[in-house]
Design a protein around this ligand. Structure first.
Ligand code: ADP
Length: 477
């Protein structure tokens, strides 16, 4: 069975009431104890004073008994709630207050009673009355007597009882008021949560641009709202990126498919010679190639996004890796009579995944070849960047990338000149794959480019711990 209420508001109120009730209970207990002690202290003081007074009033009777005399009738015995007994040390009762009648303040005095400083103690009379008693030894003329004075404690308990009643009456009222007040406060304090929940309910994938309204950005709920809004912002950005990526990818996939379809349709229209059919098949295969490359790039990016790529780290001499990458694109450069020069420090070693880093360098070289004129020179330079960094630069003599496009060239599907680049087969994914590969190795890639000097892509990677290695690095050339 569920005992605690479901909503926070009621739970807070319940806790509030419980804590307040316990504190009030504790306060009432402590206050009653202090009141009791202080009342009893007064009581005892009066008792001791009366014990002294009684001594002054003792007078010996001719028959050997003792009586009380007083100059002031007001202080004369008996007084309500005020009992006196006088005993001889041998155990003979010499005097007893009339109000006591046959009740006794205990039996005959025990040995040593009243000889020390009188200390009041509580006794219960035979009729059940609780009394505070003090006794002391005095002399009446030449006779030693034990004097006992007692007060009925009824008054003391009466006062304490009245105090308790006031407390008990006030207790439920205070708790009830605290409950109402606590509930109203909790309701007011938690109202922004209700409003946030109502607003959040209507935010869907189609309305990710909506934000929660925040009353006070400084308090805890305001901060919670801001965190939620930030999260919505990130979700919105991720959603938009995904949407763009999907529509760009389908667009890119459609282009070669449309090209293949129209080439095929044209070929089917009339009879062709075997050489013409070979041409048609050849251009269809080119489109298939383009599709394959695109599919591979998309796969690489989606695996990177999903974090499924496990890097196989090994120490690699960067210059050696640049040479390997150069040999991969050699044929393409030869087609355009371009010269690739790879130079730099052979001792600089990085810890990286060979295949992934090589793909990144190949992409840069591939772009340098594609976007530079025939017969131009492409330089790959490996050098120390200081601060435990290694630089690898790919420098071309192409037409460069206009400044306004430079911030976007690493974005997916971004092409500076849509029409021209598609002709060469680029889908605008090469640089985004390169940037992912470099960043996955803890590096950074930057671009400096202008019309007159071509483009320079600079990759900065952390130097491996043991960089001055002369160990031969294996790998295909
Ligand atoms: P693509 O596959 O189209 O080459 P990339 O992501 O590799 O895609 O490059 C994005 C765009 O940046 C290219 O379309 C091209 O316009 C521009 N670009 C990249 N490298 C160079 C370069 N070395 N010189 C001039 N433009 C470049």
């Amino acid at each position: 069975m569920r005992v605690t209420p479901r909503n926070v508001r009621s739970r807070l109120t319940l806790w509030y009431v419980l804590v307040l009730a316990s504190l009030l209970g504790l306060y009432g207990g402590v206050a009653s104890l202090f009141l009791f002690l202080s009342l009893r202290e007064d009581f005892d003081q009066n008792l001791l004073k009366d014990l002294d007074t009684v001594e002054g009033m003792l007078a010996k009777e001719p028959n050997g008994g003792v009586s009380l005399h007083s100059g002031h009738p007001d202080t004369a015995e008996p007084r309500i709630g005020h009992f006196i007994e006088v005993w001889s040390p041998e155990g003979a009762l010499l005097y007893r207050s009339a109000v006591l009648q046959e009740e006794a303040l205990g039996g005959p005095p025990v040995r040593g009673e009243g000889q020390r400083d009188p200390t009041p103690s509580t006794i219960r009379l035979a009729n059940g009355v609780r009394a505070r008693l003090a006794s002391s030894v005095y002399h009446v003329e030449d006779q030693r007597v034990v004097v006992r004075v007692a007060y009925d404690e009824e008054k003391l308990w009466g006062e304490l009882g009245e105090f308790g009643e006031v407390l008990l009456l006030g207790f439920p009222i205070a708790v009830l008021l605290a409950g109402f007040g606590g509930y109203a406060l909790a309701r007011k304090a938690l109202a922004p949560i209700d409003s946030m929940a109502t607003q959040a309910k209507v935010i869907s994938a189609e309305r990710l641009g909506d934000r929660l309204s925040i009353e006070n950005s400084q308090d805890e709920l305001g901060k919670l709202g801001m965190v939620f809004n930030d999260m919505l912002g990130r979700l919105q950005a991720a959603f938009e990126q995904l949407r763009r990526f999907t529509s760009d990818a389908s667009h890119e996939l459609r282009t070669p498919l449309t090209a293949m379809r129209s080439v095929g349709e044209v070929a089917l229209q009339d009879q062709k010679s075997p050489a013409e059919y070979r041409d048609v098949i050849g251009s269809m295969l080119e489109e298939v190639d383009r599709l394959t490359r695109l599919a591979e790039s998309l796969l690489a990016l989606s695996r990177a996004d999903a974090g499924h790529v496990q890097l196989q780290h090994e120490d690699i001499a960067l210059l050696q890796l640049a040479k390997e990458s150069g040999s991969v694109v050699e044929v393409l450069a030869e087609e355009k009579r371009q010269q690739i020069e790879i130079e730099g420090d052979a001792d600089l070693v990085v810890t990286a995944d060979r295949l992934i880093l090589r793909q990144a360098i190949v992409n840069l070289l591939d772009n340098a070849i594609k976007y530079s004129p025939e017969g131009s020179r492409i330089v790959v330079r490996v050098q120390s960047g200081g601060n435990s960094q290694v630089f690898l630069e790919v420098i071309d003599q192409g037409g460069g990338i206009p400044t306004e496009h430079q911030p976007y060239v690493f974005d997916r599907f971004y092409r500076v000149d849509q029409a021209r680049t598609r002709e060469w087969g680029g889908a605008g994914l090469g640089l985004s794959i390169t940037r992912w590969a470099i960043e996955a190795h803890g590096g950074v890639i930057t671009l400096s480019s202008d019309k007159d000097h071509g483009s320079t892509f600079r990759v900065s990677l952390p130097l491996a711990k043991h960089s001055a290695t002369s160990e031969p690095i294996g790998g295909s050339q």
